[in-house]
Ligand binder design. Structure first.
Ligand code: GAL
Length: 815
């Protein structure tokens, strides 16, 4: 065997043997410091602020939130997460560059914020925006062997409307090559036509330090590695680029349901020698928005069933992690969601790779403001100098991802009424269209009239409107495009497992500052929670049901992006003035990633492949509720159902298309609570019994139940130091029924081939730090995150409830 290998090596031509490029992810051995005196060893991605502690002082502000319609400044806390992200941070580590490499680049996928990069003491680069990818050519500054890399960051106060995270929170790569290289940012593979059983691909290849002396081979392979198209010895122009066209027969098209990926391998030659080689995944698919067809993927009209996502990963902060991102996307897909909007900034590469391979469409956004500041030190400081550079990087970095179906140049830009705003839209959209003629460009507008009066909305490829569905009709009448997008919808608020009585549909939670019945001081009585009956929203927003009427009834509404798929750190509306609220209530899932009731409402409407039968509230109230009116809702795709309390029928009801809350939900509003059994029987459109669901009153707390999620769909992890298990801990009675109000303090110990990473209970008012191995249950549940070690073995998690003297052990195989 060994002999065979040696023979092979000897006969192989030199050009094949040479390793033309090397990419190294710089994850370990970074030192981090706030003051350059005390250093700590960290791994990147890293978020220096997520460990806390939570404190009102970190982001206490006296502001009027104009976007919420406020005119007077009042004290706000928790607006950006009440975590210590403001200030400076320094990172450094050595990088080794062997002499044989002629050229080196550093690729940052995002660093919060204003990263200044030094190599061997010399400044080599800077990027203003913390959300963008950028690269730095360090060739002129590098030396063979050890080089000192340093990154300085600064986060100014009042620079964000939410928790931005802090630090090098996305991967950094070192790319070592020869002098002549293919540049993936100049290489673009796009589907220009799919017809008569074949796909036409227009491909641009570009690079650095290459010209007509160079040539390349390009090979397209399918998921099995079979070559589906190729061209050899393609010459470059004197500018070092080339446009070519390849045809793929019987292409397998990329859709969210069939996320089929191909790969392009490009080999660059100089006088016959291989000098560089890159591989690029891509999908074959087309996107079109038109008056006739609305939003079309591969020529098929579909409505975007989307959610907006902030970039933070709850208890992991902004520090990106593959397993956490997969968990987010899979959970949304299971709900029937097929698109995300990366509100309000550039996505990470890791997230886009995941959306490509799992099948999730993406609206990739860029800015939350242009010139006019939404917060004192926000992006407005940079807009004039940086906007075009930022948009350019967003597009050239991401345009090969099939998942991205549109670009967004902004969210609720204050300039939307002005003539200048219209010109900026034209300029930014033009830049996007030039760099990528295959995807339409949108932005989310919140002032319908102003944006239509000034011609701002009319110039967009896709006019996107945030909320205010009652204006959709008047908007469409003024739009030459003939369609519109619900670029941001709902903003319904709820807390997992919290049910407030009486159930009241309201757009002003009693204790919110803008509420007409707000009494100064009354806020002290608030508990910082919103009801999970899914009937509370904001003065500018609405309920899921209100959006669906438009989505379902009007062909010219091309889809929606719900605010938001998950709760996020910061923006604790409607409790902006209530301490200790520090994270949002908008999520369909809570900050720990656990589904709220609303998850099943969306699932019942969006997931057309699986049936949903979900009952709320829980049926384990205390004595005081007995005999009191406790409405019961069923979220189901079935049209009719009968409800029983301890066997007694509460009536058989059907959905009613003419009623705001009964078109998509089945509601029994007069049920009186009695402990025991709550059962629903559902019927299909033909009146046949189709299923049932029963929930029971819990007995005494007796056990801890641990449910493990990993990306491998089994209780095992990869021994790569990065993989994570998300363990949902529930306190139950002896029969496994959740104790829905339990708030027990739990303790976590992880030993063996893993470590405790973080814990979160989804309570927006909890001040317990995520990175300490103890936390209270919130309404009976929380999620513990275990990180895999780099060496295989068994990771053991022990969860202890001291008060009840119970504990539970979970073993995870790390392989
Ligand atoms: C929108 C805004 C979002 C978020 C949301 C809350 O107006 O675009 O970023 O603030 O309101 O409802």
């Amino acid at each position: 065997m060994k002999k065979q290998l040696i023979t092979m090596l000897l006969v192989a031509p030199l050009s094949v043997l040479a390793q033309p490029r090397k990419e190294i992810t710089l994850s370990d051995n970074w030192s981090f410091s706030h003051d350059k005196k005390k250093w700590q060893t960290v791994s990147v991605p890293h978020d220096w602020a997520i460990a806390g502690p939570f404190d009102k002082k970190w982001d206490l502000q006296k502001v009027a939130i104009e976007q919420n319609g406020e005119t007077e400044a009042t004290e706000k806390s928790g607006r950006s997460g009440a975590l210590p992200w403001i200030g400076v941070g320094h990172y450094r580590r050595t990088i080794n560059i062997p002499r044989k490499w002629m050229h080196a680049e550093l690729l940052f996928d995002g660093a919060m914020a204003e990263p200044t990069v030094y190599l061997n003491g010399e400044k080599v680069g800077y990027w203003a925006y913390g959300y963008n990818s950028f690269k730095i050519d360090i060739t002129p500054y590098m030396k063979a062997g050890e080089n000192l890399l340093e990154v300085d960051l600064q986060n100014l106060e009042e620079s964000s409307r939410w928790y931005p995270g802090a630090g090098i929170y996305r991967p950094v790569k070192l790319i070592l090559t020869g002098n002549s290289i293919i540049d993936p940012w100049k290489t673009f593979i796009r589907t220009t036509d799919i017809s008569r059983g074949k796909a036409q691909l227009d491909i641009t290849v570009g690079g650095n330090d290459i010209d007509e002396q160079n040539s390349f081979d390009i090979e397209l392979t399918d998921a099995q590695g079979r070559v589906v198209a190729q061209q050899k010895g393609v010459g470059l122009t004197y500018r070092g680029e080339k446009n070519l066209r390849l045809t793929v027969q019987d292409p397998k098209l990329w859709t969210p349901e069939t996320p089929y990926l191909y790969q392009a391998r490009i080999r660059l030659y100089q006088q016959g020698d291989l000098v560089d080689e890159v591989s690029q995944k891509f999908g074959i698919r087309t996107v079109l928005c038109s008056r006739e067809g609305g939003f079309q993927l591969n020529g098929v009209t579909r409505k975007l069933k989307g959610v907006c996502l902030h970039h933070d990963l709850g208890p992991l902060g902004a520090a990106i992690n593959k397993s956490a991102l997969i968990r987010q996307i899979k959970m949304m897909k299971a709900m029937g969601c097929d698109a995300i909007r990366t509100s309000h900034n550039m996505p990470s590469q890791m997230q886009m790779d995941i959306c490509d391979s799992l099948g999730m469409m993406v609206m990739a956004e860029s800015f939350d403001m242009w010139k006019y500041p939404k917060c004192k030190n926000g992006y407005a400081r940079f807009f004039d100098e940086w906007a075009e550079k930022d948009l350019t990087n967003l597009i050239v970095v991401n345009r090969n991802h099939p998942c991205i179906v549109m670009w967004s140049i902004g969210n609720e830009i204050p300039e939307q009424g002005s003539a200048e705003g219209r010109l900026i839209s034209i300029r930014l959209q033009g830049l996007c269209n030039n760099l990528d003629p295959t995807r339409p460009v949108t932005q989310g507008m919140d002032h319908a009239e102003k944006s239509l009066d000034g011609g701002f909305a009319q110039v967009m490829n896709v006019p996107g409107f945030n909320y205010r569905v009652h204006k959709y009709q008047q908007n469409i009448e003024r739009l030459p495009q003939g369609f519109l997008l619900g670029s941001e919808t709902a903003s319904t608020v709820s807390s997992r497992g919290v049910y407030k009585f009486p159930v009241e549909v309201t757009d002003n939670s009693l204790y919110a500052s803008w509420s007409p019945n707000y009494i100064p001081g009354a806020i002290d009585k608030a508990d910082g929670q919103c009801s999970s009956y899914d009937v509370e929203y904001c003065s500018w927003s609405n309920l899921p049901d209100d959006d669906w009427v438009w989505q379902d009834d009007k062909s010219w509404v091309i889809g929606e992006f719900v605010w938001t798929g998950y709760d996020y750190l910061g923006e604790p509306t409607p409790y902006d003035e209530y301490w200790p609220s520090r994270s949002s209530y908008f999520g369909i899932c809570d900050l720990a990633g656990l589904p709220k009731d609303r998850y099943y409402l969306y699932r019942s409407h969006w997931n057309t492949q699986q049936h949903t039968i979900h009952l709320l509230p829980h049926w384990s109230f205390d004595k005081e509720r007995r005999g009191k009116v406790t409405p019961v809702y069923c979220y189901t795709d079935y049209p009719t159902a009968e409800l029983f309390v301890n066997g007694k029928s509460q009536g058989k009801i059907s959905k009613n298309p003419n009623s705001r809350l009964d078109r998509y939900r089945l509601r029994w509003n007069d049920v009186k609570y009695q402990p025991g059994e709550l059962k629903v029987v559902v019927y299909d459109a033909q009146g046949n019994k189709a299923g049932e669901k029963t929930i029971c009153t819990a007995g005494k707390p007796a056990a801890l139940q641990l449910d493990t999620w990993t990306q491998h769909d089994a209780p095992k992890l990869k021994a790569d130091g990065d993989d994570m298990a998300f363990v949902t801990v529930s306190l139950t009675d002896a029969k496994g029924i959740l104790i829905p109000d339990a708030g027990d303090q739990l303790k976590f110990e992880v030993s063996g081939a893993g470590s405790f990473e973080a814990v979160c209970n989804g309570d927006a008012t909890s001040l317990e730090p995520f990175k300490q191995p103890t936390m209270k249950l919130f309404n009976g549940q929380l999620v513990v995150i275990v990180r895999a070690a780099k060496t295989p073995g068994i990771a053991t998690l022990k969860v202890t409830d001291k008060k009840r003297n119970i504990s539970k052990i979970l073993q995870i195989s790390v392989e």
